[in-house]
Design a protein around this ligand. Structure first.
Ligand code: F6P
Length: 520
């Protein structure tokens, strides 16, 4: 039976119709909502009082979660079942932040000892580099870390390095992702080869952009310091030891990851090496501990007070019943400026699917388009559209309650703007001299508030969205852990490149030639 014909879905549809007929205005004005629609634990709060929903909506959404067996799927994920069925893989990023050594079996083998061994190797390497024991070829300690990766091998570490910069010491961390060589050359111009460590992160070690950049970096280093510098200045994180060695990175300088960790869920593994190098082992452990705390909450909190579950259900309510096609991610914190891009990959690569786990084409919408920027910068670019555009766009406002690093005036300005934006979106302004000044209101938003932006709270925040994504995948009945949609374009590009290089004709009209080849 299609999801849209199920009793839980039908009940929500009827409820939506009744609620829309009644109008949300009076409902939103009930002050008790601020307290009733709020979940907080351990320094992280989700307040959803400004969503276009009632307690009854929540009850019906929770019935949908039950119908779709969210709790069973959750147990299967944490237990190591191969829920990524298209790739026949378990999904165990949660094991990476689990501090207990209770065995978790994949193909009847306990993965915990290997996780611990890798964590110990990473920690020892971090201490050696930070302590100046692992030096560059000329004997100088490292000062620059250059992370070369893309997608999940870039966005998580990039976000965490920026968010936790106040916890960093000793190094400048740089991130290179784009195939456009401007990216790598801009970094190489800034760093001293004798003091630069390259961390090449690629689960597959076949990703075109990463290999282009890694080769560019390698050539530059060899030119400056000679071939023997490569073993001291390059390390890799990958599952593919053969390709890593082919590139010229010694097996001892490679940190493993595993096929049961998806790229976009991999910050917690050795993929986070650049972050650990920047902030040190203790802070990196706190990041993992925060994610672990969210895992525990997700597993044990009642469904009606379960932060990721509620966040996911509200998203489905907006997407499938109120018709929102997008979601704005608005961190009111410069250090979280990379969060929108990180969540774009997390949610859109995970749930940007139109075929169910059973192979049926869906007859309902799945993931919305995520976009965003830092508030208040976003207020001066796209908020006009949030307030008065023809499509209501739900938004997640992410704030930091206490920020000792900020100037008090600036911090106050950030939080007052955040609250004002949420209020203006929710309540609008109905009376105005001219129609252009009318704000319709009724535009839903969540508040996600961190007590502080520290490693633990960041871990909690990212795990919150990971589990939200997982729950939505279960509700929509899609596999959130594969990404077959990215392959066709990759294959076509490889084919075109091969043709172009064998034809040797690289001219100004290259793109024209490519298009001619593509057209059927
Ligand atoms: O093309 C998409 C993707 O496969 C992402 O899922 C992944 O995070 C990224 O490419 C990078 O892959 P890799 O870590 O294998 O280089």
């Amino acid at each position: 039976m299609s999801l849209t014909s199920t009793s839980a879905w039908q009940a929500l549809t009827r409820h939506r119709d009744a609620l829309c007929a009644q109008g949300m205005d009076t409902i939103l004005r009930d002050a008790a909502r601020l307290k009733n629609f709020d979940i907080a634990f351990d320094g992280l709060r989700l307040n959803y009082a400004f969503q276009n929903m009632t307690a009854e909506t929540l009850t019906l959404l929770l019935a949908l979660a039950e119908q779709q067996k969210v709790q069973d799927w959750r147990a299967r994920m944490f237990g190591g079942d191969k829920i990524n069925t298209t790739e026949n893989r378990a999904v165990l990023h949660t094991a990476l932040r689990c501090r207990e050594d209770t065995p978790i079996l994949v193909d009847r083998l306990d993965i915990m000892p290997e996780i611990r061994a890798t964590q110990n190797r990473v920690a020892a390497f971090v201490d050696d580099v930070r302590g100046g024991v692992w030096k560059g070829i000329t004997g100088k300690p490292f000062r620059h870390i250059v992370n070369i990766g893309i997608g999940g091998s870039d966005l998580g570490p990039r976000l965490a390095a920026q968010a936790l910069r106040p916890f960093a010491s000793g190094f400048e961390t740089h991130f290179v992702a784009n195939a456009d060589a401007f990216d790598i050359t801009s970094v190489l111009q800034k760093v001293d080869p004798a003091q630069t460590l390259f961390v090449v992160v690629s689960k597959t070690f076949t990703t075109q952009e990463t290999l282009l950049n890694a080769h560019a970096a390698r050539e530059w280093l060899v030119q400056k310091l000679g071939e023997e510098a490569v073993t001291r200045h390059f390390v890799a994180v990958s599952v593919n030891s053969a390709e890593v060695e082919k590139f010229g990175i010694h097996a001892d300088n490679m940190f493993p990851m595993w096929d049961w960790v998806g790229g976009r869920y991999s910050l917690w593994s050795a993929v986070g090496l650049s972050v650990a190098l920047a902030i040190g082992n203790d802070n990196f452990r706190d990041l993992l501990a925060g994610a672990e705390a969210m895992d525990a909450h997700f597993q044990s909190a009642p469904m009606a007070a379960n932060m990721p579950v509620i966040l996911a259900l509200l998203g489905v309510w907006n997407r499938n019943f109120l018709g929102s096609a997008s979601l704005a991610i608005l961190p009111y914190c410069e250090r979280l400026r990379d969060l929108p891009r990180y969540l774009q990959q997390l949610e859109m690569e995970s749930n940007g699917k139109s075929v169910t786990r059973g192979g049926e084409t869906v007859d309902y919408k799945t993931v919305p388009v995520l976009f965003g920027d830092c508030g208040t910068i976003s207020q001066h670019s796209f908020h006009q559209c949030l307030h008065q555009g023809s499509d209501p766009i739900p938004a997640d406002f992410i704030g930091v309650a206490n920020d000792d690093l900020n100037r008090p005036e600036s911090h106050r300005a950030l939080l007052s703007n955040l609250a004002a934006q949420m209020g203006a979106l929710a309540f609008g302004q109905k009376q105005a001299a001219v129609p252009q000044d009318v704000y319709p209101g009724g535009r839903p938003s969540n508040l996600v508030l961190l007590d502080n932006l520290d490693p633990r709270r960041l871990g909690m925040l990212l795990a919150l969205y990971e589990h939200k994504t997982f729950v939505q995948g279960v509700l929509w009945d899609v596999n959130s852990f594969d990404q077959p949609g990215v392959e066709l374009g990759k294959r076509m590009a490889r084919g075109l490149e091969k043709d172009a290089s064998s034809g040797a004709q690289v001219s100004n009209d290259l793109i024209g030639q490519f298009f001619k080849t593509i057209l059927p």
